[in-house]
Design a protein around this ligand. Structure first.
Ligand code: ZN
Length: 221
């Protein structure tokens, strides 16, 4: 499924969706809840753009692959090419938007893969595995070191985090990513999930927000 980037005011963005670069265990409390050690460098993986679906109108989850976990994350839209060793100013200048997103994970499948030290792709990159809300423009958020993200399910708050608690904050994280591979306009960086992850079920009603900036209602089909 294709998904055109869109700002919250409805303005379409004129580049197509690229890859989604994700980071695992970027909040110490979340690493702890899954009994994972805190990494000594960002733990990166990539979801293809093709697994991205819009949050609006509800989204489907796999029905026959074990538990499907939600991970609410702050997604950063890249609007200019970045590579090698960009300065903090270059990174800030390249940030085109911020949105809340769900990094969906087949947790049972991932556990089996982790046991064997195999790659996680099939647990993280299935069609529909990245659920993305519209972006607010990058300059709407003054300080990327203080962005709140909250997910409520069926009226109950499940995740309530802030980028100030990231082990690798947004700008240093993007700089670290560029040390491994370049970022292109249309790529998205998903910056890790705070604690409180858990399974989704059909019919769940969700509210996902970047606190003070944007708020969306959706549901699991
Ligand atoms: Zn994640």
């Amino acid at each position: 499924m294709s998904y055109q980037h869109q700002y919250i005011d409805g303005t379409p963005i004129h580049f197509s969706l690229g890859k989604v670069v994700c980071v695992g265990r970027n909040y110490a409390e979340h690493a702890k809840e899954l009994n994972n050690p805190v990494p000594s460098e960002p733990l990166l993986f990539i979801k293809p753009g093709s697994c991205t679906v819009p949050l609006a109108g509800g989204f489907a989850i796999p029905q026959d692959s074990g538990s499907v976990h939600y991970e609410a994350e702050i997604a950063v839209l890249i609007g200019k090419p970045l590579s090698r060793t960009p300065s903090e100013e270059e990174v800030l200048d390249a940030i085109s938007g911020f949105a809340p997103a769900l990094d969906l994970t087949l947790r049972d499948v991932q556990a089996r893969l982790k046991e064997k030290a195999y790659p996680w792709e099939i647990a993280k990159s299935f069609d529909g595995a990245f659920v993305l809300a519209p972006f607010v423009p990058g300059d709407a958020i003054q300080d990327p070191r203080d962005i709140g993200i909250r997910l409520s399910i069926n009226g109950e708050t499940r995740q309530d985090g802030n980028s100030r608690d990231m082990l690798y904050p947004i700008v240093p994280l993007i700089q670290a990513i560029c040390g491994h591979f370049s970022l292109q306009p249309g790529d998205v960086v998903s910056t890790g999930t705070p604690s409180g992850v858990g399974p989704l079920a059909s019919g769940d009603q969700l509210q996902l927000e970047l606190i003070g900036h944007s708020q969306f209602d959706s549901h699991v089909l």
